[in-house]
Design a binder for this molecule. Structure first.
Ligand SMILES: Cc1cc2nc3c(=O)[nH]c(=O)nc-3n(C[C@H](O)[C@H](O)[C@H](O)COP(=O)(O)OP(=O)(O)OC[C@H]3O[C@@H](n4cnc5c(N)ncnc54)[C@H](O)[C@@H]3O)c2cc1C
Length: 388
């Protein structure tokens, strides 16, 4: 029996390495991130010293092979890091999430050897990356993007605007999708590796947001931006596949972020109901309150299992697209419900910025929007069902 459990462990049974890693991120988040969460949220700015610490701790190249400065580990470890950071601050989590599950993942899978040698040592040590697909007029319909790329001898000229780009404020490296031939429709979409200093590139307006306020979300402006030929990512015209397949892994990360946010809100609510007294009793003693806590705990467990399963499938080289979509859809719905209920359990105090739950509530909402809205996840899940 024990042998069976070792061969097929429960999803929440971690290896010693995973357990140690989770513990180290948990301690780091509590000691170094937590004291600054409120101030960063109010200012709408993330502390640069914390971003430097993410690099120093090895959180920014989890799946990148060791020769290029990474840890050569799994997406499961990245999932644990994102979850633990999000328990304390969803903005901290999204810096680590985008770097690992979008930028590094995309370059690892689609970059050539020379591009990896050129960029990974920087991406794992100091340089933030960003993933730029969305535009003002194309979000869910991402392949309707209007940024164009024209070949001019040994380089390309990119012109257009990208919108909502996470990490845009601080990133030095951007994976930008543009269309090289509109007559081919989405089969003209191509990925480009763009450095912040490239001629014709600028970072525009930064959004003032409801939640994940400390995470920078920016517009990118490309005006005849000069990109050398050697910075084309993957084959020309395959950008649609590159972007979609990258987002499949990304969704596991967003699921982890939502699980972390839910856990943070539930922890806060549980602590509060054990202290707060009404009608001469702690409110945790009321069965009505206990049932709500039990429901929250159960939904959170289900969401976590779905996220861990999608990560394990990916690490095991199995198909995971549908599972990642379901994990992202469900965990963001759960986060929406748990954070809302946690706020209610705090009563009037939940509505105040003196307590942490209103921030969890605001931060949870993004899970149903980015990397494909909930409707788009339903579309992906349903497509796989009716096509098979
Ligand atoms: C904080 C933040 C960070 C982001 N970071 C990034 C980033 O780093 N990189 C990046 O490229 N993008 C990023 N995005 C963009 C994000 O991915 C898009 O906002 C998202 O995909 C939705 O697109 P949209 O905003 O244009 O909404 P729309 O596509 O206009 O959708 C509006 C509504 O219509 C619904 N809808 C649309 N089409 C359908 C359909 N066919 N069937 C049913 N319902 C439909 C949607 O579900 C939604 O409810 C970010 C967005 C935010 C808010």
């Amino acid at each position: 029996m024990t042998e069976m459990l070792t061969r097929f462990p429960a999803l929440t049974m971690l290896s010693e390495e995973e357990e140690l890693f989770r513990q180290s991120v948990r301690e780091f988040a509590a000691a170094e991130v937590l004291p600054h969460v409120r101030e960063m949220d109010e200012a709408g700015v993330f502390r640069p010293d914390l971003i430097r610490k993410f690099f120093e701790l090895g959180l920014m190249g989890i799946e990148v092979p060791e020769p290029w400065g990474g840890a050569g580990a799994t997406i499961f470890l990245a999932t644990l890091a994102i979850e633990e950071l999000a328990r304390v601050d969803a903005s901290a989590a999204i810096y680590v999430d985008v770097q690992n599950t979008l930028v590094n993942n995309c370059l690892l899978r689609w970059g050539n050897e020379e591009q990896k040698v050129r960029y990974f040592p920087r991406l794992t040590s100091a340089m933030l990356g960003a993933f730029a697909l969305s535009e003002p007029a194309s979000g869910s319909d991402a392949f309707g993007l209007q940024t164009r790329a024209e070949r001019k001898g040994d380089h390309w000229r990119l012109t257009g605007r990208k919108f909502w780009i996470t990490n845009g404020g601080e990133a030095g490296f951007f994976i930008v999708f543009a269309n090289t031939d509109f007559s081919k429709g989405y089969k003209g979409i191509t990925g480009f590796l763009v450095e912040r200093e490239f001629e014709g590139f600028a970072v525009g307006k930064k959004e003032n947001k409801l939640g994940i306020r400390a995470s920078s979300t920016c517009e990118l402006i490309l005006e005849e931006c000069r990109v050398p030929d050697e910075n084309v990512l993957g084959p020309v015209g395959v950008g649609y596949k590159i972007s979609i397949e990258t987002l499949n892994e990304g969704r596991i990360g967003i699921g982890a972020q939502m699980v972390g946010v839910s856990q943070g809100a539930l922890d806060a609510a549980l602590g509060y109901v054990k202290e707060r007294k009404q009608f001469g009793k702690r409110i945790a003693e009321f069965q009505g309150v206990q049932f709500q806590l039990a429901q929250m705990r159960t939904e959170l467990e289900a969401a976590r299992l779905m996220v861990y399963n999608a990560a394990r499938l990916k690490d095991g080289g199995r198909p995971f697209t549908q599972e990642a979509s379901m994990a992202k859809l469900f965990s963001s719905q759960v986060a929406d419900r748990i954070t809302s209920k946690a706020l209610e359990l705090f009563g009037g105090y939940g509505y105040s910025k003196e307590y942490p739950v209103e921030k969890f509530y605001r931060d949870a909402k993004i899970g149903t929007i980015y990397e494909g809205t909930s409707n788009m996840q339903l579309l992906t899940i349903a497509k796989a069902m009716v096509q098979s």
